[in-house]
Design a binder for this molecule. Structure first.
Ligand SMILES: Cc1ncc(COP(=O)(O)O)c(C=O)c1O
Length: 479
């Protein structure tokens, strides 16, 4: 068979040329973003986007491929990107991403990822130390907060339920306790684990959208009376929609009292363990049995880089005690170097490189500086919103997530909801700013997550001005 295509794929001069062009293009993209040229989003309807890429495959110029991807994606590095909780990556971590993609060491077993496995151990030990865990702690990196939360709950079930569910299936109704405001992936994890709706004991949120811990006893008693064996409780640090932090100290105390596994979903704000000024927000995290922290949220790393840390590393080792003889020996030893024994994934990316390179080049100080800057900014933005007669804050921000809405006293709740939804759509179509939206207790809010390290109060001030103008245009149109 003719190998001409395979030879073309491995044409090294072409690879070099493409690579150099791409690095220049991405550097130029960063420069443009930082100088606020262009927009954070050039919004297209899904069908239009689909048509473009179908057509491009047939008729597009391959030299334009990367540029078109750039033109048609959200630019997280643009200071007017104030949308979802996804990092504007540190440029160095785009390079570690490239190394991971090229070397492709799948890491399921030590041989297939010697350096990334050892690097992962260094990184996770460091995070455990920063959390305040003792020597028995340990963890690993895995593909996203969603998967990490599921894995933690599987570990919790293994540790707290005497029956061997992994091998023999469920014999009694089981449950977890979690605030109604927690990220939906907790609910999904519980459903995947077969707990069913009644196995997810939803604790109501207080006025500040954090778990109302005063009702824990009452919910536990009710679940037990219904025959549900509760084995875990989850605290959010913070929850997604509003960025509100659950009281981890109170949850830890309750978990000890009831012999529950205490899991902290710190996917977004776990990075506050590095921030001297804001560490208090996650006080009690060191009492957790397991903690999730996303590198690709508040730690400037690319998707998808998540740490799952255990107070006692033996739990990480036992979650998936399943034989895969061709890969692993079924041993009880702490085989920290055999990633696939502990992770849901078999093959995974060399994500530890992103974490390590930031530690090596800049140190933990980077995370302190970044979290502090973004959390400070959210507080200043909240003050600006409160001063303005036509804006209303949902709650005081405790992280860098802030929900607010355009407000006019002469409009009903329904009218305001419709108006804010329309404002958000106009902003999306316009693309100068990228922000999102959420509904809290039936009220439609605009939602910002201040992820970009170059967003300033000036940008946020002009965002409010822009929203006022958009609201005026909508009012005139509807008159
Ligand atoms: C609190 C929280 N937990 C979990 C997740 C899910 O994490 P991932 O997107 O990495 O799967 C999110 C995502 O926004 C989150 O905010």
């Amino acid at each position: 068979m003719d190998n001409s295509y395979l030879n073309r794929v491995f044409d090294l001069p072409e690879y070099r040329q493409n690579g150099h062009r791409l690095i220049d293009m991405l550097a130029e993209h960063l420069a443009r973003c930082l100088q606020q040229k262009g927009k954070p989003i050039n919004w297209n309807l899904p069908e239009e986007e689909l048509y473009f890429w179908e057509d491009f495959l047939e008729n597009g110029n391959k030299e334009d491929f990367f540029q078109e991807v750039l033109n048609r994606t959200v630019h997280t590095h643009h200071p007017k990107y104030v949308g979802h909780q996804v990092a504007a990556t540190a440029p160095l971590t785009a390079l570690t991403g490239m190394v991971s993609s090229m070397l492709n060491n799948g890491m399921a077993v030590y041989e297939m990822g010697m350096s990334p496995s050892a690097i992962e151990r260094v990184v996770t030990d460091k995070i455990c130390e920063q959390i305040g865990f003792k020597e028995s702690a340990g963890g690993f990196l895995t593909s996203g907060g969603t998967l990490a939360n599921l894995t933690a709950l599987l570990s919790a079930r293994k540790a707290k339920v005497a029956h061997d569910i992994w091998n023999e299936g469920h014999t009694e109704p089981l449950g977890i306790m979690v605030c109604e405001e927690a990220h939906y992936c907790i609910d999904r994890a519980a459903k995947i684990m077969g707990l069913g709706k009644k196995g997810i004991i939803k604790i109501p949120a207080s006025d500040t959208f954090s778990m109302d811990v005063s009702t824990l006893d009452e919910h536990f008693v009710k679940a037990s009376a219904n025959g549900i064996k509760v084995f875990a409780i989850v605290g959010s640090a913070p929850s997604t929609a509003t960025g509100a932090h659950d009281d981890l100290e109170a949850i830890a105390e309750f978990a000890v009292k009831k012999n529950l596994w205490f899991h902290v979903d710190g996917a977004h704000g776990g990075a506050a363990i590095y921030a001297k000024k804001y560490r208090h927000l996650v006080s009690g995290i060191e009492k957790a049995d397991s903690v999730v922290i996303d590198g690709h949220k508040m730690m400037l790393m690319p998707t998808i880089t998540t740490a799952l840390l255990f107070k006692n590393k033996k739990h990480a080792q036992h979650t998936f005690s399943q034989k895969a003889d061709y890969l692993l020996n079924d041993s009880d030893e702490d085989e920290w170097f055999n990633s696939g024994k502990k992770t849901f994934e078999c093959t995974k990316t060399m994500m530890s490189l992103h974490w390590y390179v930031l530690l090596k080049f800049y140190g933990e100080r980077l995370f302190d500086e970044f979290v502090t800057r973004q959390y400070d900014l959210a507080r200043s933005f909240a003050d600006l919103v409160k001063e303005h007669p036509h804006f209303e804050l949902a709650i005081e921000p405790s992280s860098n997530i802030l929900c607010f809405r355009y407000w006019q006293g002469n409009r009903s709740k329904k009218e305001l909801n419709e108006l804010n939804a329309e404002i958000r759509q106009e902003l999306l179509d316009d693309g100068e700013y990228y922000l999102v939206q959420t509904r809290l207790k039936g009220i439609h809010y605009l939602r910002t997550t201040l992820m970009n390290p170059f967003t300033t109060m000036e940008h946020l001030g002009s965002l409010l001005k822009k929203i006022e103008e958009v609201a005026k245009t909508i009012a005139e149109k509807n008159r």
